[in-house]
Structure formats: C-alpha cells, structure tokens
Design a protein around this ligand. Structure first.
Ligand code: 5GP
Ligand code: MN
Length: 335
C-alpha cells in the first residue's frame, strides 16, 4: 500500500477512536522521538482525542521546555500505571522506532497489546508488528512524517505543534546539515517557522545548554580519549564509569559527543564507547556511503541509519574496544 492510502486508512482509524490513544517512543528519547510524539499528541488532541504519551524512561533536561512535556508518563517512575494505560487503550502509536526491542521496559506491553498498532518511523528494516506501518526511510526525521500526516489529514497546526516538530527535525538533521535533509525538510521548516516559533531560541535551548561539567567532559575526551586509527579514517573516544561520577554525568550529557570525531579532516567513521553500569553503549557515525548501521548490526547487536547507528557490548570496555578495532579493519577496507 502506498503511503498516501496508508495515511488515509490510519486517519479513518483515528477518527473512529472513542477511547484512549497511546503514543510511545524509543528508550532514551532524543529530540525527534519526543518532538514527533508530542507534536502528534497535540494534533490529535486538537481533534478531540484522549491521547497519552508514554516514554520508556526519563527525558533529558535539554528537552524539558517542550510544550506538553510535563504530562509525559515515564514508565520508569510509574511502571504500575503503565499496564493500566495499555489495557485501556484502543490504539497504540509507536513513533521514531520500528521494533518493540527499542522500547526498553515497554517492549512486553507493546507485544501484548490487544488493540491496533500504528508505527510512524524513518529507520531501516522495520519489524512487522503493526497493522499500520507508516515507514519512510528517506525522511530525515519522524517529525517530518508527522508534519506530512497533519497535511494529509488537514489538521491546522499551531505554535505548540510547530515547536515540537521543528525540534524533531532540527535535532535529527544535525541542524539541517545531514545528507538526509531534502527539499521537503526546508519547506516544512519554513511552514513551521510561519507559526511564530523562534528558531534561534529553540536552537539555543538545545545546543547552548551545557553545564560546566559537560563541557569539561567533552574537553577530557578531545584531549585524552581520542584515538585515530586506520590511516586517519576512523576516530574513537570513550567515557568510563569513573567519568560518570567525576563529572556527575546526567542524561543527555554525552549526546552529540560522537559527532566531533567526524569533524577531523579525513575521518570517515566516528565511534563513542560509553561504559554504563551493565553494558557498553556504542554510537557510530559515518560519512558518505559507509553503512555503520550494517556494521553495528553485524558486530554489536545494534542498527540504525546508514550514517548514524548504535549498538552494545557486554564485555569490559577495553575488550570491547579491542573487538571493535579487529572488526572495523576489514569493514572500512571495503569502502
Ligand atoms: P545514538 O548513537 O544517537 O544513540 O543512535 C544513533 C541512531 O542509531 C539513532 O537513530 C538510533 O535510533 C539508532 N540506534 C541506536 N541504537 C540502536 C539499536 O540498538 N538498534 C537499532 N536498530 N537502532 C539503534
Ligand atoms: Mn528519528
């Protein structure tokens, strides 16, 4: 089914909803997850629907100004309320992820859900758990898809919807710089700006919101934790558990750090290893045609987009980095 017919079918289903609609997003929500989720919630509430947005865990401080953020239900804080929400909902809308595995503690609730499920997403290789799968991997952000749906559905936007969707697009495009940005992205942004949002204020709230500790942590990584291998084509950095304590690292503090690897001339793959309590979280970034999502899937139980992906390892930090170095050598030589 083409996207347009799918969008019409989904709208018919939404209009027929007399009960609760749940929106869920992926674990550790970024600007696109929460921006597209809240944007859709505001749109559907304008249509008179009862809509609850549930996040698998807490939302980073740099997003805490988004309209509607205070009403987001955090699964980690109120797990007992969640089953009730799922049991009472008629329609479940999964935004910015395409596999229940990405929803952390909500995975089981999604798998058990008895009502209809809709997915609105832009990641590759969707798993098929939804009745309505609105998937467009050519879109740079899920928020851009929610905008498109709002136009299909002829729902008037307002400044709150515009702020949320603009945030999603801004953050998932690296401030409109990634190759995934297309003509539609700029046209959508222009329309969103026309609702009276301050794009400079949104940018500052997201990107100029460092704590002193966070900037010093970045400094440590640039100065002491950067390694460049494979003839200057691969750059990696790491953050340890000790750093978490020393720099009092908060949610979202390491966001964006991995991208700096790619700011070095000649570097085509950038990697960041973050030693968490029970595993190593790994972020991959690349330039051009180098598919780090395939690399992440093959070697680190992960996935994502061609130029931005994630994965994990349950080995200690040093062995994880050694393993990475072994795997990246033959991989990078293919490109
Ligand atoms: P980040 O490095 O910012 O955590 O993630 C980069 C991109 O990869 C995001 O689009 C994210 O959704 C995706 N991603 C991160 N971890 C995983 C994973 O384990 N599986 C899949 N399929 N995608 C991931
Ligand atoms: Mn996204």
């Amino acid at each position: 089914m083409n996207l347009h017919s799918l969008s019409e079918n989904l709208y018919e289903r939404i209009k027929a909803c007399s009960g609760k609609i749940l929106i869920t997003i992926h674990q550790n929500p970024d600007g696109d997850a929460i921006g597209s989720g809240l944007g859709l919630q505001h749109l559907l509430m304008k249509e008179g629907k009862n809509v609850v947005l549930i996040s698998p865990n807490s939302i980073a401080d740099y997003l805490n100004w988004l309209p509607g953020i205070a009403d987001v239900v955090n699964y980690e804080l109120e797990p007992e309320r969640i089953s009730e929400h799922f049991a009472n909902a008629e329609l479940l809308m999964c935004l910015d992820f395409n596999d229940p595995k990405r929803a952390g503690g909500l995975e089981n609730e999604i798998r058990k859900f008895k009502g209809d499920i809709a997915v609105i997403d832009h990641h590759q290789n969707p798993s098929h758990f939804a009745k309505y799968l609105y998937s467009d991997t050519s879109s740079p952000a899920t928020a851009q898809l929610v905008y498109r749906l709002s136009q299909d559905w002829r729902i008037e936007l307002n400044v709150n919807v515009a702020k949320c969707l603009y945030t999603g697009i801004l953050t998932d495009t690296g401030s409109f710089k990634f190759s995934s940005v297309n003509k539609e992205t700029h046209l959508v942004a222009a329309h969103l700006v026309s609702f009276g949002i301050n794009h400079d204020e949104i940018h500052a709230r997201i990107y100029d919101a460092f704590s002193e500790n966070r900037l010093r942590l970045f400094g440590l990584c640039f100065y002491n934790r950067l390694e460049i291998i494979e003839n200057g084509r691969v750059a990696l950095m790491y953050v340890t558990q000790k750093d978490h304590h020393e720099f009092d690292i908060q949610k979202g503090d390491t966001e964006g750090l991995v991208n700096f690897n790619l700011s070095i001339t000649g570097v085509e793959v950038g990697v960041l290893f973050i030693e968490e309590e029970k595993m190593i979280k790994i972020s991959f970034r690349s330039k051009g045609d180098i598919p780090v999502n395939e690399f992440a899937k093959e070697n680190f139980d992960g996935g994502g987009h061609i130029n931005a992906a994630g994965g994990r390892s349950y080995k200690p930090l040093t062995s994880t980095i050694e393993h990475f170095k072994k795997c990246i050598k033959p991989f990078i030589q293919q490109y």
